[in-house]
Design a protein around this ligand. Structure first.
Ligand code: ADP
Ligand code: F6P
Length: 319
């Protein structure tokens, strides 16, 4: 392995920069030339590739976003697009590629591996929706951002004795809502894995009021529905004033937490090591708190096992 490249793809996540830094520094430490690809697979197809040295990644470990930029690229989903990308990699003399992204980006990395480019993926997504890994880079930071926001919403919500419906990200995976619901003491957590029933939700709110609850904080994952609609519906049925807050892209930015910086640093080093060992089509993950690597296809086939125990805890503690 003489030359490797690194790219970020799909939705950005805090800690991606720390991962880029780890990849670049580990490669240099091992005497490997390292290049950065801008704008994900789109930059690969268009040859937006440049040499990186240790200073290219100075002063970025604490920054959100990605210095390499990111993109979603439809052309790469076609065979012709991927062939262009392989030709570009050959022109630049790149033998190995580190892809930082989510499951879509990993599917792309596997296809590149099939075309003879050594690839390895690092999980970077705030959704934490990659079942093969306990954590993905960015999830912990996003969670802390949500907690900070709901602490503030709770203050005004209890002053006015209102219901607050807070919509967080998570299309198919409710981890942000569930973890923030437990950590932030929400009364209700509504997630795609479980859904909800409006009558039973309102009954719980009425019962809580009888027990003396001053306010109700409902955490809603975006994949289930919109906060505005739900707040309106709940207000109509319960007669209790309700407000909606959509946290949106605030969850994707910000300085990465200590946990995400550590995770990104360890995963970046592990990814380069995999390439040095001549392995391809692998993804780095965390299992039982340890950094591991796994075959991409096998990793992507692992079904998501919903954490019923955590959901139960959220119910017990909100009673
Ligand atoms: P994420 O990696 O966060 O899941 P996306 O699903 O948007 O994000 O994927 C990011 C990019 O990865 C896509 O824009 C596309 O370029 C590439 N990609 C996604 N799915 C595939 C696929 N099945 N085959 C090839 N490339 C893919
Ligand atoms: O996958 C990460 C994520 O933040 C999802 O939670 C959210 O649904 C989506 O990306 C939003 O993507 P966009 O960047 O297109 O707004």
């Amino acid at each position: 392995m003489k030359t490797i490249a690194v790219l970020t793809s799909g939705g950005d996540a805090p800690g991606m920069n720390a991962a880029i830094r780890a990849v670049v520094r580990m490669a240099i430490f091992k005497g490997i030339r390292v290049m950065g690809v801008q704008r994900g697979y789109s930059g690969l197809i268009n040859g937006e590739i440049f040499d990186m040295d240790r200073h290219s990644v100075s002063d970025i470990i604490h920054r959100g976003g990605t210095i390499l930029r990111t993109a979603r690229c439809e052309e790469f989903k076609t065979e012709a697009g991927r062939k262009k990308a392989v030709n570009v990699l050959r022109v630049f003399g790149i033998d190995g590629l580190v892809v930082i992204g989510g499951d879509g980006s990993f599917a792309g990395a596997q296809l590149l591996s099939d075309l003879g480019i050594a690839t390895v993926g690092i999980p970077g997504t705030i959704d934490n929706d990659l079942p093969y890994s306990e954590y993905s880079i960015g999830f912990d930071t996003a969670l802390n951002t949500v907690l900070d926001a709901i602490n503030k919403i709770r203050d005004t919500s209890s002053s006015h004795e209102r219901i607050s419906v807070v919509e967080v990200m998570g299309r198919n995976c409710g981890d942000i809502a569930l973890y923030a619901g437990i950590g932030g003491g929400a009364e209700e957590v509504i997630i795609p894995e479980k859904g909800y029933e409006i009558d039973s939700l309102c009954k719980t709110i009425f019962e809580g009021k009888l027990r003396g609850k001053m306010h109700n904080l409902i955490l809603l994952a975006e994949g289930v529905g919109g906060a505005n609609e739900l707040a309106k519906q709940v207000e109509e049925i319960t007669g209790i004033e309700s407000r909606a807050t959509i946290l949106g892209h605030i969850q994707r930015g910000g300085s990465p937490s200590a946990f995400d910086r550590m995770l990104a640093s360890k995963m970046g080093v592990a990814a380069v090591q995999v390439l040095i060992e001549g392995r391809s089509g692998r993804v780095i993950g965390m299992k039982n708190g340890k950094i591991v690597d796994e075959d991409i296809n096998e990793a992507l086939e692992i079904p998501r096992k919903f954490n019923e125990e955590l959901y139960e805890i959220s119910k017990i503690l909100s009673y």
